[in-house]
Ligand binder design. Structure first.
Ligand SMILES: Nc1ncnc2c1ncn2[C@@H]1O[C@H](COP(=O)(O)OP(=O)(O)OP(=O)(O)O)[C@@H](O)[C@H]1O
Ligand SMILES: [Mg+2]
Length: 357
C-alpha cells in the first residue's frame, strides 16, 4: 500500500533530481518549476507525536529539503550576472555582426553552474513573457540552450549534444557538417539567444581534438545569432585563452579576443567585510534548515570553524551542512553544533587543506 501521509505526498512532488537540464523538456521544467513547497519545521514535541512511518517520511523529506537549500543571492552571483548582462548587451547586435562571449572560469564547487543556469532561467522567463512561447513562424521559443559536455568530447559529439538539447531526431546519424548546420537551424528557428556550454574543462585545448572543438565553437559562435557562456574549471590554465602558442593557434586567439572572463572567487576571511559576507551567507542558509532546534546563530556562531573546514567554498559548505543535518536527524541532536560538524567528513580537497592549517 502506498503511504499517504502529507510528508509522503511532499516527497512525491518535491523529489530529488527533478530535472535533466540537457534536454529541452527538462530545461523547460526547470525554468517554469515553482520552488520546492516549503517544508514545515516541527518541534520536538510534534516529532514525538508522529507515527513510525510518518516520522520516517518526514525525516526523508527533511533530508531532501536540507540537501537542496534555496540559492542565495551572493555577491559572486550578482557580480557574474553583471558581467553576463554587459556581454548580452552586445547580443542586441544584428545577426550578421559578431557577439562577445562570457567565460565563467573558476575552481570546482564555487557555484559556476548555479550562476549560469539561474541566469539562463531568468533570461528564458523574461523572453517568453515578452515575446510569447512561440516564435513568429510558430516554432517553440527556446531562448536558452544548456549543453553540459562530457569527457573526451569530440567535434561530432558536441554537435550531437546540441541537437539532443533541441530534441532533433536525426542527432545520431548525420555527418558532422550536416549536424552543425542542423544545429544552427535549431538555434535560429527557436530564436535561442543564449547558449551555455558547461564543463568545458573536458576539452583539452592542447591536443588536436580539443583544438578542433575550439575551432568549431568559434565557427558556431559566428554562425549562431546567440551569445555563448562557457563554463569550466581552470580554463585559463588549460589555455582556453591562449594566443596562438601552438600550431594553428589563431582560432584560440580569436576566441580569447571575444571572450570576457568572469572569475568566481571563494569567500575569504582576510578583512572584516569579507568575514561579514561569509556570515551573511551562513545566516541566509541557516534560516532554511529544517531541524527541530535550528535557529538564528546555529551556523553563524560556527563561522570560523566552517570557514576552516571549507576554505570558503560554497559547494563544500552546502555538502557539510547537508551531512551535518543528516547526522542531526539520525542522532536526535536536531541542531548543528561544533561537535557534530567535527564528526562530518566532506570532500577530500577541503579536508586536506583544513588539516594542513
Ligand atoms: N548561490 C548559491 N546559493 C546556495 N547554494 C549554492 C549557491 N551556489 C552554489 N551553491 C551550492 O554549491 C554547490 C556547487 O555549486 P555548482 O555546482 O554551481 O558549482 P560549480 O562551480 O559548477 O562546481 P563544479 O566545478 O563541480 O562543476 C551547489 O550544489 C549548491 O549546493
Ligand atoms: Mg558545474
Amino acid at each position: 500500500m502506498i503511504s499517504s501521509n502529507r510528508w509522503a505526498q511532499w516527497l512525491a512532488t518535491n523529489d530529488t533530481n527533478r530535472f535533466v537540464l540537457s534536454r529541452k523538456q527538462g530545461w523547460h521544467e526547470f525554468v517554469h518549476s515553482a520552488r520546492r513547497d516549503p517544508l514545515e519545521r516541527l518541534s520536538r514535541d510534534e516529532l514525538d507525536e508522529l507515527g513510525e512511518e510518518e516520522r520516517e517520511d518526514y525525516d526523508e523529506a527533511r533530508r531532501v529539503w536540507n540537501a537542496n537549500l534555496p540559492t542565495v543571492k551572493t555577491q559572486q552571483l550578482t557580480d557574474a550576472y553583471d558581467v553576463i548582462d554587459q556581454v548580452m548587451a552586445s547580443g542586441r547586435r544584428d545577426g550578421d555582426r559578431l557577439r562577445g562571449s562570457v567565460v565563467i572560469d573558476a575552481a570546482p564547487g564555487l557555484g559556476k553552474t548555479t550562476i549560469a543556469t539561474r541566469y539562463g532561467r531568468d533570461l528564458h522567463r523574461r523572453e517568453v513573457r515578452r515575446h510569447g512561447p512561440r516564435t513568429r513562424v510558430g516554432h517553440q521559443r527556446l531562448p536558452v540552450a544548456f549543453i553540459p559536455l562530457s569527457s573526451e568530447i569530440t567535434l561530432k559529439g558536441l554537435n550531437v549534444k546540441l541537437l539532443e538539447f533541441f530534441g532533433h531526431a536525426a542527432a545520431e546519424r548525420a555527418t558532422s557538417p550536416r549536424l552543425a548546420s542542423m544545429a544552427v537551424d535549431c538555434v535560429v528557428s527557436c530564436e535561442t539567444r543564449l547558449i551555455i556550454i558547461d564543463e568545458l574543462h573536458f576539452v583539452d585545448f592542447r591536443h588536436r581534438r580539443g583544438i578542433e572543438v575550439s575551432n568549431h565553437l568559434k565557427s558556431l559562435a559566428n554562425e549562431m545569432p546567440a551569445t555563448f557562456v562557457y563554463v569550466g574549471v581552470g580554463l585559463q590554465e588549460r589555455r582556453f585563452f591562449d594566443e596562438g602558442l601552438i600550431g594553428d593557434g589563431a582560432a584560440l586567439a580569436q576566441t580569447a579576443r571575444r571572450a570576457t572572463r568572469c572569475p568566481v572567487t571563494p569567500y575569504t576571511n582576510d578583512s572584516p567585510a569579507a568575514a561579514r559576507a561569509w556570515t551573511d551567507l551562513l545566516a541566509a542558509l541557516e534560516q532554511h534548515v529544517v531541524l527541530a532546534d535550528a535557529g538564528p546563530g546555529m551556523l553563524t556562531d560556527l563561522a570560523s570553524e566552517l570557514f576552516r573546514r571549507t576554505q570558503g567554498h560554497i559547494g563544500s559548505l552546502t555538502t557539510l551542512i547537508e551531512r551535518a543535518c543528516d547526522q542531526a536527524i539520525r542522532t536526535g541532536a536536531e541542531t548543528i553544533t561544533d561537535t557534530l560538524v567535527a564528526s562530518v567528513s566532506i570532500d577530500n580537497a577541503a579536508t586536506a587543506r583544513a588539516n594542513a592549517k
